[in-house]
Write a protein that binds this ligand. Structure first.
Ligand SMILES: [Zn+2]
Length: 196
């Protein structure tokens, strides 16, 4: 897809990594979306995401919306999420414990998720929500699971099209083999290069 037709929404509740900031300079349409978070919605990520989807449909005329979280570190394979013509696509990344986010269940994480206008318009709302277990202590269906289910029902099954790193307590780079390479943040900053 033409990068100029993509609206990038950066979820900047925390400071954005400088590596991500540099990568974003390549794109024309980048919005920091902390202004949509709202004090009332602070613990409710799904609400924040829904507000950004609504804003995208009503206030822009672009073809796709790409969610990126402040902690994500693009690598060469991340360009898949720009280049792909698939309606709902995204990149694999890891959680803070270095395990892959949704490795084999075919779901995409919301940390790097691209949605076409067509898909967002066709989907039943809310686009994002989650379901807790009956005791309310765990998540039964996460926000990404909710979204992917709705998208599939609307005829837009999600597809993984690349990988993206992340910072947390360390830097995590997912590989195609489902393994994760960990790196000290200081080493990455000295080198400032992602692995292939
Ligand atoms: Zn999830």
């Amino acid at each position: 897809m033409n990068p100029d037709r993509i609206q990038i929404a950066v979820f900047d509740g925390l400071p954005i990594d400088p590596h991500l900031m540099d990568w974003l300079k390549m794109f024309r349409h980048v919005e920091m979306v902390s202004r949509f978070k709202g004090k009332d919605a602070a613990p409710h990520l799904a609400m924040w995401r829904n507000r950004v989807c609504k804003w995208f449909l009503e206030k822009t005329e672009l073809d796709a919306l790409l969610f990126l979280e402040h902690s994500k570190l693009p690598m060469p394979s991340t360009f898949g999420v720009i280049a792909s013509d698939w309606d709902v696509c995204g990149c694999v990344y890891t959680y803070d414990d270095a395990t892959h986010c949704h490795p084999e269940d075919g779901l995409l994480g919301t940390g790097c998720l691209r949605m076409s206008r067509l898909a967002l318009e066709a989907m039943e709302k809310p686009w994002f929500d989650y379901i807790l277990t009956p005791d309310g202590c765990n998540v039964d269906l996460c926000s990404c699971g909710w979204f992917c289910k709705r998208a599939t029902e609307a005829g837009f099954p999600p597809k993984t099209v690349g990988r993206i790193g992340r910072t947390g307590t360390a830097v995590f780079w997912p590989s195609d083999e489902g393994k994760t390479r960990m790196q000290r943040y200081e080493d990455f900053r000295t080198d400032n290069r992602s692995p292939k």
